[in-house]
Design a protein around this ligand. Structure first.
Ligand code: ZN
Length: 114
């Protein structure tokens, strides 16, 4: 990965971090449980709880991705950046542009999942 590519990816990471932070803020607002205060609306209550639970799941996922992106940003000048931690091949630039937090190439990522 040359310096120009690194600059492109760095900008990508920074804009992803900004977008994620906004998303997390929004989700935190939505994830606050606002339970209807009445005994007649148990159904509504459980629906609200399911929604809040889903929000928390998305929120957790976003926080994990944010941590990975921040880690990627701090590692960007390291010689290992953009190299698969498993097979030590270069992770394709196109993948790094879409998911700059990648630490594995597509093949190793799939192998890990299966
Ligand atoms: Zn690999």
């Amino acid at each position: 990965m040359d310096e120009t590519d690194k600059i492109i990816i760095k900008e990508q990471i920074i804009s992803d971090i900004e977008a994620l932070k906004k998303q997390i803020k929004l989700l935190e607002e939505k994830a606050k449980p606002m339970l209807p205060d009445c005994s007649q609306c148990d159904l509504e209550r459980s629906e609200t709880l399911i929604e809040v639970e889903l929000m928390h799941k998305i929120l957790n996922g976003s926080r994990i991705r944010l941590a990975k992106l921040e880690n990627a940003l701090s590692q960007i000048n390291s010689p290992e950046f953009g190299i698969c931690i498993v097979c030590e091949n270069d992770i394709p630039l196109e993948r790094m542009k879409i998911r700059p937090e990648s630490i594995r190439c597509v093949a190793c990522e799939n192998a890990k999942r299966n």
